[in-house]
Design a binder for this molecule. Structure first.
Ligand code: URP
Ligand code: ZN
Ligand code: ZN
Length: 465
């Protein structure tokens, strides 16, 4: 059987340039990119009028995340399927160490959830919540045996956060291995103090959630982390940046790292919800605001404008989603106490469409920068490049045929995520993923899924020193 695929007449977009070309894929890999390819193929697709983007990489998702009382509502099966509909062909989830548990156990747990179930390709960061001698040995094993090149730490959340001494030790270990530390940067003490005050004053409604996660908590933790990264010589990637000031401090630290030539850098991630949604949504009467409860919380117009500047000028490296959906019924665990509302919003399906619509179609960024933010930068930072993150000979045949003129309205009625609402309900978006290709196989075409469950593979990552 001829499994080759020929895509004709599209505009191939990489992070550095774009050009009109045909693309020939065989045995899962891109074999040829040329102005005109005429050789026969098992399947030929005409991409006239469309961009060809490298398959999206979402480096921050939480499928089936265990939380008090249950799991985030997308499984690897439903969430990865939704990812493919939205042009994301690779997701990186987090294998979370339990306190008292091991990293290998965490990795095994997450691997068994994803393997055989994921529609798209996947990898794992490993989250460290309990640092000790064994953990330390396991960090090396994760890198050398399991293809893990990134380790997450939290400065907030009681069950997850670790202290500065452990963070410094982890950074030293990780730096020696030329891997990278990811961080959820919020000062946990500030959050817990305000939450306790709210409780004692009977302030339980959703509208108090953002007040309990003040911007100073993010700025303080970000500043502390970048200084610790500079001190230990460790590469640092701060997830879900929400504020202009945190971004400013990250950008300053990047310059300081660059001045100390041999040191690796500091990277910033933000998510569509922080670019597009306003904190006023927490004020909607009733429990509606629970839909938007995530940490850090949504901010105001000035922060959104600052984040957009970072998207435009290159200070933000990646656009992830922090996809962590909970149904309305699950959100209701926090009825009467906002601090018990499970944190997170659905988003994996609409990342590329939202950035195209709000970024490229509104002329804030060029298609090349769109590719950098949605695919190439994540591939480079997390050791997937050039297998993923580019359309070039030798790379995996992960391609999105994107129609820039199509218009959609986002709605929970039509999305594929296992969540009974959308935080972008009724938003009009320009541009649509017409065909999504994973390793040379058509995954989604014209709104129909063509892949079997479990097609997704674990992608071990390499460290590029
Ligand atoms: O609210 C959020 N962001 N939930 C997911 C977990 C995390 O902090 O990334
Ligand atoms: Zn987080
Ligand atoms: Zn997260």
């Amino acid at each position: 059987m001829n499994t080759s695929l020929l895509i004709k007449n599209g505009v191939v977009v990489n992070a550095d340039k774009k050009r009109r070309a045909d693309v020939y894929i065989d045995e899962g890999r891109i074999k040829e990119i040329k102005k005109s390819i005429t050789r026969p193929a098992g399947r030929t697709i005409d991409a006239s009028g469309c961009f060809l983007f490298p398959g999206g990489i979402d480096p921050h998702v939480h499928m089936e995340l265990p939380v008090r009382g249950g799991h985030s509502s997308d499984t690897f099966s439903t969430g990865s399927r939704a990812a493919l509909f939205g042009g994301t062909t690779t997701i990186i989830d987090f294998a979370n160490q339990e306190r008292g548990g091991t990293l290998s156990h965490a990795l095994g747990e997450w691997m068994s959830r994803a393997n055989g179930n994921s529609f798209c390709d996947f990898a794992f960061h490993v989250s460290i919540t309990d640092y000790n001698d064994r953990t330390r040995r396991e960090i090396r094993e994760c890198v050398e045996r399991h293809g893990v090149s990134s380790f997450k730490i939290f400065t907030a959340y009681e069950a997850l956060r670790i202290g500065d001494a452990d963070i410094l030790a982890i950074m030293e270990d990780v730096a020696k291995l030329h891997a990278i530390v990811l961080a959820h940067a919020e000062n946990g003490d500030m959050i817990e103090r305000v939450t306790a005050k709210h409780r004692s004053h009977g302030k339980h409604e959703v509208k108090y959630h953002p007040e309990a996660h003040p911007v100073e908590a993010e700025i303080e933790a970000t500043t502390r982390l970048v200084d610790m990264a500079l001190h230990t010589g460790c590469a640092l990637y701060v997830v879900h940046i929400t504020s202009g000031e945190a971004l400013r401090r990250l950008a300053g630290a990047r310059k300081a790292h660059a001045r100390r030539k041999r040191l690796p850098s500091v990277f910033a991630e933000t998510c569509p919800q922080y670019l597009l949604l306003d904190r006023a949504l927490y004020e909607v009467p009733g429990f509606e605001g629970a839909k938007y409860v995530c940490s850090p919380p949504l901010r105001g117009a000035a922060d959104r404008a600052a984040l957009w500047r970072g998207i435009e000028d290159g200070r933000i490296d990646t656009l992830a989603t922090d996809h962590c959906p909970f149904t309305m019924k699950q959100k209701e665990w926090g009825l009467g106490d906002y601090a018990r509302i499970p944190n997170g919003v659905p988003g994996v399906e609409h990342r590329m469409q939202l950035l195209f619509s709000e970024g490229v179609a509104k002329k804030r960024i060029k298609p090349e920068r769109f590719v950098e933010l949605t695919s190439t930068a994540a591939a480079r930072v997390f050791g997937l490049y050039p297998k993923k993150g580019a359309i070039m000979p030798g790379s995996d045949g992960d391609i999105v045929i994107f129609d820039p003129e199509a218009v959609d309205r986002i709605s929970a009625r039509s999305h594929h995520m296992n969540c009974d609402y959308s935080v972008y309900e009724d938003l009009r978006v320009r541009g649509r993923c017409r065909t999504v290709i994973l390793r040379g196989t058509v995954a989604v075409d014209g709104g129909a899924l063509e892949l079997p469950e479990g097609f997704g593979r674990y992608i071990p990552r390499v460290i590029l020193v």
